[in-house]
Design a protein around this ligand. Structure first.
Ligand SMILES: C[n+]1cn([C@@H]2O[C@H](COP(=O)(O)OP(=O)(O)O)[C@@H](O)[C@H]2O)c2nc(N)[nH]c(=O)c21
Ligand SMILES: [Mg+2]
Length: 331
């Protein structure tokens, strides 16, 4: 007698998760281009368990809120640095000039990407040159960043706690200023050993600021290809179940460079010009959350993965090696 072939479809299996059973995905402001694809990936994630998961997240307005309860605007990571009082008098003026020259290029819908890349490299290089040749006390940056430690999305602590407990690596990718990102995350107590920040970090030489450390992270190389060969790449390249989170369209590509067989679920936080942007966001992200200032959706997905994991490993052992502490200055 051979093995009886089962006609059972995956949907009939015990433990199969359905979108309609996940309240966070059934909210009015949660949009999905292809709910069946989302459901399929979620089931892959739940079956694969925490050992195969990694998170890749943008920082500005993804980990921080797009809109705060008290209406206070949250500065970007560059903005936190630029508002430091001790910077030379002309610094702010010059950095603003660069912004007005290059930001329209960054968002120009007609210019081809390869042309934009050249301009973006110019912009980040010139910003680095401006941030050179004067003394700067990082304590001032800490003080500025600390003012916004409560401006993280609701549920961020709980999400990061769960990710740490399940030893899921988190890559925070920012084309902004890494020192602000790390400082804010440290002061908010979410800079756990499983979290790595890849960004632009200030460099000092002979006690003076000397621009940014290499490699430059700009908006068009903000993806896993810049990690290749590095320590973090080694840690995560076998983790083929990936949640990507971002608020800008380009953030959807942050997992570029991971093996093609990976399952990637992209979550996009849409806030500005909702109607005008909706179609593009729906095409770029699997889940689009409109004016959602929480981490409820990633938390819900993680809870599903966690619950199944607890059922398999009721005594707490998950068979994986502990996540190493990760250096944040270099790749
Ligand atoms: C070099 N430079 C780049 N930016 C902006 O920083 C952003 C960093 O990009 P990102 O990491 O994708 O962050 P986001 O979450 O804010 O989108 C880019 O979109 C640029 O518009 C900059 N912004 C300021 N204020 N000053 C700068 O020197 C500067
Ligand atoms: Mg952002």
């Amino acid at each position: 007698m051979g093995v009886t072939e089962s006609n059972e479809s995956p949907e009939d299996r015990v433990g199969y998760v359905r979108i309609q059973d996940i309240p966070q995905l059934n909210q009015e402001h949660c949009r999905m281009r292809d709910p069946q694809r989302v459901e399929r990936i979620i089931n892959e994630f739940v079956c694969g368990g925490p050992e195969r998961m990694q998170i890749v997240s943008d920082f500005d307005y993804t980990i921080t809120k797009q809109r705060t309860d008290d209406g206070v605007a949250v500065p970007s990571s560059f903005g936190i640095f630029n508002s430091c009082k001790s910077l030379p008098d002309n610094f702010k003026e010059e950095i603003d000039k660069l912004f007005h020259k290059y930001h329209p290029i960054e968002i120009d819908p007609h210019m081809p990407i390869p042309d934009k890349v050249q301009y973006m490299i110019e912009w980040w290089t010139q910003s680095g040159k401006l941030a050179s040749g004067f003394a700067f006390d990082l304590a001032e940056l800490d003080q500025m960043a600390g003012q916004f430690k409560h401006a993280l999305r609701d549920g961020t602590h709980e999400l990061f706690e769960a990710l740490q407990r399940l030893q899921i690596p988190v890559l925070v990718f920012s084309a902004g200023l890494g020192n602000s990102v790390v400082s804010l995350m440290q002061q908010a107590n979410i800079m756990q050993p499983n979290v790595k920040v890849v960004s632009n970090f200030l460099r000092f030489r002979d006690g003076l600021l000397d621009g940014f450390q290499e490699p430059m992270i700009h908006i068009f190389n903000k993806n896993e290809t810049v990690l290749e060969g590095g320590e973090y790449y080694e840690l995560v390249h076998t983790r083929d179940h990936i949640i990507v989170m971002g608020d800008s369209l380009g953030d959807a590509d942050m997992a570029a460079g991971v093996p093609a067989s990976s399952h990637i679920l992209r979550i996009g936080f849409l806030f500005h010009h909702v109607e005008a942007n909706m179609e593009k966001y729906m095409n770029a992200f699997d889940i689009v959350l409109v004016d959602d200032q929480t981490m409820s959706v990633p938390q819900a997905l993680l809870a599903l993965i966690d619950n199944r994991h607890q059922m398999r490993h009721p005594h707490g052992s998950n068979g994986t090696a502990p996540t190493q502490g990760l250096p944040n200055a270099a790749l």
